[in-house]
Design a protein around this ligand. Structure first.
Ligand code: 1HE
Length: 266
């Protein structure tokens, strides 16, 4: 890999491999359970800001027994209030690079998905968990608060009440409960989340790029707009997407009986 920014990210514990059109991004600090040090957060930002042109989807996963243990607590000790604000804002930039980057991102989860690890997972577009996955927000019990966009993103997945409970009581959700309440959209047997995420990513990579763009960049903004504004944004986005040659040829293929029908999965 020749990009020096990606080389630096690799040296700081984030590796990137291309698997056909899917960028596989791995948190690679297993001895510390992929705890998010400042340099790891920077490496996530740099990797997602510099995905290869060929990437059409990405999967983010963690090396070792856990997806991610959250903030590296060893770096927390001496930060004052001002430094804390800038630290949190640097996470916002990094996780925005995941959510609002070039391609849809799937999180392949296993083991601990806690604190900042859950904030990272929540910045992804789809979460695929395996049976070993568990979720927690131990910030409450550590005397701190989320700082990586979790208070914006996590209530959108599970609601304010459940997030409040997780933080007030230290409640840990297991894999099945996590899927049931909306922390993950897919659940696989242990060790299979990466495989399933790769299958889904390969499928997503074949979508029309403008449709993927609309889902990543327009849908979350429309969902935040007053309904009346949302209808207008939706109409604009829909007309841009449907006017692309790609959309027209896909619809022609269906009408000619050459495209896949909608079917219930096996
Ligand atoms: C760490 C961290 C970490 C592990 N920072 N070093 N996050 C937490 O409060 C979660 C804290 N971690 C844990 O509860 C557990 O480590 C796990 C459940 C994730 C994994 O348990 P286990 O038994 O597999 O590993 P371990 O033996 O606890 O940890 C292995 C090593 O990783 C050990 O270091 P060692 O030098 O003694 O080998 C741990 O100290 C180290 N380690 N987690 C630093 N988090 C933007 S704001 C976000 C705010 C938050 O994320 S708060 C939540 C922080």
């Amino acid at each position: 890999m020749s990009n020096p920014i990606l080389e630096r990210a690799r040296a700081h514990g984030v590796t990137l491999e291309m698997n056909d059109q899917v960028a596989v991004v791995t948190l690679s600090r297993p001895a510390k359970r992929n705890a998010l040090s400042d340099s790891l957060v920077e490496a996530i930002r740099d990797t997602f800001q510099n995905l290869p042109e060929a990437a059409r989807a990405a999967v983010v996963c963690g090396d070792g027994e856990h997806f991610c243990a959250g903030l590296d607590l060893s770096e927390l000790s001496e930060r004052d209030a001002g430094e804390g604000v800038f630290h949190s804002r640097s996470w916002h930039v990094a996780l925005d690079a995941v959510q609002f980057g070039k391609v849809p991102v799937l999180a392949a989860l296993h083991g601990a998905v806690v604190g900042g690890g859950l904030e990272l997972a929540a910045a992804c577009h789809i979460r695929v968990a395996d049976d070993s996955t568990f979720y927690a927000l131990p910030e409450g019990t550590r005397g701190i608060f989320v700082g990586g966009g979790g208070s914006v993103r996590i209530p959108k997945l599970i609601g304010v009440a459940r997030m409040t409970d997780m933080m007030l009581t230290g409640r840990v959700y297991n894999a099945l409960e996590g899927e049931r309440i909306g922390l993950a959209q897919y659940l696989t047997p242990a060790g299979k989340s990466i495989e399933r995420a790769m299958e889904l990513a390969s499928k997503i990579a074949t979508n029309a790029p403008l449709t993927n763009f609309a889902l990543m960049h327009a849908l979350p903004r429309i969902a935040e707009q007053p309904g009346d504004h949302g209808y207008l944004t939706e109409a604009l986005m829909a007309s841009i997407a449907q006017s692309s040659p790609e959309a027209k040829s896909r619809v022609r293929e269906f009408l000619a009986g050459k495209a896949a029908k909608v079917r219930v999965a096996d």
